[in-house]
Design a protein around this ligand. Structure first.
Ligand code: HAM
Length: 430
């Protein structure tokens, strides 16, 4: 059996009954997005590598270590091969689409959501996969449409609290921070560079390089030996200008007002370079090392970074895989019952066609039905109905067809009744 082909490391099959939980989360999210006036966008699963290099940032772990990238075959000999990448996240793709389709020209705020697979070559463990699924949303648009307002930040965070309640996850913690605007960031990066200068030689290779190129990314370092130096680095809060501070204060004020509890976590800079001002994460205690249920923040300069118009924005992405793990950890949601209501059992040779007509009529009336086979005897039909998880079994034999009376048995209670052909749907519905 050693030549069996298996799912690739870091990828997995999601099987029933777990898929019912996935659908439960997806449906709850779509319902909530509708209430907050978000509309779905679907962007390609692979993009030009430059989109992520420029959007997410060359020095991030995602871009420097984790992308699945390949060279496409050039269309003509004179052409250069294009570098393509499986999307590691969806914000850059959404902003690219916003620019490409001139969505800013409408003058209104774009409120977009997406559901789909993302790809990162991370070390697989519980809650961390190489193909994982995100549900995310972005609000972006011209400044005149209100895209910079702290009200947007607070509304997104409040929507997430609502969404978690709707999904059925109770034990979450919200962390918020402000990473400042471009000017604040420049001053903070300078302060980090100066603070790192005397210690960086004792740190890992990544930190030594990042101390020069993008000091903020030193804060992402996971090496235990480096943490003592990182703990002593200056904090972003000391470098926020008045504008960023007021923006953040307003976000917190609205959250207080609508009754959402949060912790200010000054170390939370998030692992992507596009963030400005508000950043946030929701964590869950039942997830182990990969405790982030979702993360997001503001990205006021991303559109310009990708060659587009000024279009401040804010958004988040939740890990669908982790939402399902959290639900399982809390054991609050019983898996939705997706089993068929009725097992239609043809009895005796030639009865498949009659049974098919009855099953068709049941399904037309939204009664989920599973079909047996006229090769099955009574005992085998019962076994198949139980295996399918059906509530009722309905026999279709020559006698039933001739008399127009059909035997229906409740597989739970054992009760059996005869029902006239025309009454089957009503009887099952009641
Ligand atoms: P992120 O923090 O990189 O942000 O990912 C968001 C969420 O995706 C994480 O909190 C986690 O639940 C899930 N996730 C990330 N990597 C993995 C993995 N390897 N396996 C399983 N789940 C994972 C972003 O991607 C940003 N685009 C979010 C955003 C949208 N910011 C603004 N708009």
């Amino acid at each position: 059996m050693s030549n069996l082909i298996k799912a690739v490391r870091g990828t997995r099959d999601i099987l029933p009954p777990d898929t019912a939980l996935w659908q439960h989360v997806e449906k709850a999210c779509r319902d909530i997005f509708h209430l907050y006036n978000f509309h779905e966008i679907r962007t390609p699963v692979f993009e030009d590598t430059q989109l992520f290099a420029r959007g997410v940032g060359e020095e991030t772990d995602i871009v420097s270590k984790e992308m699945f990238t390949w060279e496409d075959r050039p269309r003509a000999q004179s052409e250069k091969a294009q570098s393509l990448t499986l999307r590691p996240e969806n914000t850059a793709g959404v902003v690219r689409a916003y620019i490409e389709h001139k969505m800013g020209d409408t003058g209104k705020l774009q409120k977009l959501y997406y559901i789909g697979p993302q790809f990162r070559r991370e070390r697989p463990q519980k809650g961390r996969y190489r193909q994982f699924y995100q549900i995310g949303a972005e609000v972006l648009g011209p400044v005149a449409a209100g895209s910079e307002s702290p009200a947007r930040d607070a509304e997104i965070i409040a929507m997430l609290a609502h969404l978690l309640r709707e999904v059925g996850i109770k034990e979450w913690t919200l962390h918020v921070n402000s990473v400042g605007n471009a000017d604040d960031r420049a001053r903070y990066n300078q302060a980090l560079r100066e603070a790192l200068a005397p210690v960086k030689d004792k740190m890992c290779g990544d930190c030594q390089r990042r101390a020069e190129t993008n000091p903020l990314r030193v804060l992402d370092c996971k090496h235990p030996e480096d943490q003592q130096y990182i703990d002593d680095l200056p904090k972003i809060s000391a470098y926020l200008g008045d504008e960023s501070r007021e923006h953040f204060n307003e976000v917190k004020k609205i959250l207080n007002h609508v009754g959402i509890q949060y912790h200010v976590n000054e170390r939370m800079v998030r692992g992507l370079d596009y963030y400005t001002r508000t950043t946030f994460e929701f964590t869950h205690g039942g997830l182990g090392a990969q405790s982030a249920l979702l993360g997001g923040g503001r990205y006021d300069g991303l559109s310009e970074m990708l060659g587009g118009p000024k279009a401040p924005g804010i958004g988040f992405a939740l890990g669908l895989d982790r939402f399902v793990l959290a639900l399982q950890a809390e054991e609050t949601v019983a898996a939705a019952n997706l089993n068929p209501a009725v097992f239609v059992a043809p009895l005796g040779p030639g009865m498949n066609a009659e049974a098919a007509v009855i099953a068709r009529d049941l399904r037309k009336h939204a009664i989920a039905a599973e079909l047996g086979d006229d090769g099955f005897r009574v005992k085998k039909s019962f076994e198949a109905a139980e295996r399918a998880g059906a509530k009722f079994i309905l026999f279709v034999g020559e006698n039933e067809v001739a008399s127009g009376q059909f035997a229906i048995k409740n597989l739970g209670s054992g009760e059996q009744v005869n029902v006239a052909r025309a009454e089957i749907v009503n009887w099952l519905k009641s």
